[in-house]
Design a protein around this ligand. Structure first.
Ligand SMILES: Nc1ncnc2c1ncn2[C@@H]1O[C@H](COP(=O)(O)OP(=O)(O)OP(=O)(O)O)[C@@H](O)[C@H]1O
Ligand SMILES: [Mg+2]
Length: 270
């Protein structure tokens, strides 16, 4: 399963949410976070990680090799054991790596999406019109846009969603919203958006700091508000994905003409 997270503007907490969702994932799959932010990564600095392995080394390997395990070979482990592929901090390097990973390395993303034993949570950063991350979103089962539930952010979302929905529909990627922090409540936003609002993540400075590499009592992390909300978002996403898979008729029962890529999978780059 491939879950893409992105923002439109204003750093609403995409990287933090990606880590929370992955760290608290409720299923038994292998979980991987990929920092695919064309503006450059933050994880290496936050966790004092070595530059290699990471997004750059993966981008070189994925030109020849698209197996899911290759992604894990280019991950490093955070305290607590979560596998993470960190982007270089410099935008030029991160964007260059993403260009390779969405060119020659493109099949890797569909392979991650298709693997039932794997959950890849991809931090696509801020989604500018020309971002290479659109091609990752095209391969995702679901793409969640994070935004603060403020007037400006909701207005931006409302005016941007149609274009994003057209792209997503073309590639069978489900698009959803996640609100981050206080403001309008979820029901108010949902009433004004034609897209499902999956969660409202609470403002939780303590959990965000721990998820951002601050030293502290990590064993209490799961009891904090943000991780709890991330865990229930993960449970809803997992259940939704299982229902979507169940709804697919087995390929052998399908007429030849109907066979093809499964719903919620993306077959071509947008
Ligand atoms: N739910 C939250 N509650 C409180 N603070 C948060 C929360 N989420 C993120 N933060 C804090 O906000 C800051 C930005 O978070 P983060 O790096 O996750 O945002 P981002 O959307 O990935 O930003 P960028 O677009 O720059 O990559 C960090 O200091 C982080 O600790
Ligand atoms: Mg970020």
């Amino acid at each position: 399963m491939l879950i893409a997270l992105a923002s439109l503007k204003a750093s609403p907490g995409v990287t933090t949410a990606a880590l929370a969702l992955a760290a608290l994932w409720p299923g038994g799959q292998q979980v991987l976070v990929v920092e695919a932010d064309p503006a450059g990564g933050d994880l290496a600095a936050r966790f004092g990680m070595e530059p290699k392995p990471g997004l750059v080394s993966l981008s070189a390997a994925a030109r020849r090799e698209h197996r899911v395990q290759v992604a894990f070979e280019h991950a490093q482990q955070l305290p607590g054991g979560l596998s993470v592929i960190a982007a270089p901090a410099a935008a030029e390097q991160a964007d260059g790596a993403l260009e390779l990973l969405t060119g020659d390395g493109l099949p890797l993303w569909s392979n991650l999406a298709r693997d039932p034993e794997v959950v890849a949570v991809v931090d696509c950063g801020r989604l500018d019109a020309g971002s290479h991350a659109h091609r990752i979103i095209a391969a995702a089962d679901i793409a969640l846009l994070l935004a603060r539930p403020t007037l400006e952010e909701c207005d931006r979302l409302a005016k941007s969603l149609d274009a994003l929905a057209i792209r997503a529909e073309a590639t069978n990627t489900e698009l959803g919203l996640v609100l981050a922090g206080p403001g309008f409540d979820r029901d108010q936003v949902q009433a004004n958006m034609r897209m499902r609002v999956w969660a409202q993540l609470p403002h939780d400075r303590k959990a965000a700091a721990l998820l951002g590499g601050a030293t502290g009592k990590r064993r209490h992390l799961a009891a904090l508000a943000l991780p709890k909300a991330a865990r229930s978002l993960g449970a809803e996403l997992a259940a939704h994905h299982a229902r979507a898979d169940d709804a697919e008729p087995p390929a052998e029962d399908m007429p030849e003409a109907a066979k093809g890529p499964a719903p919620h999978r993306v077959r071509s780059a947008a």
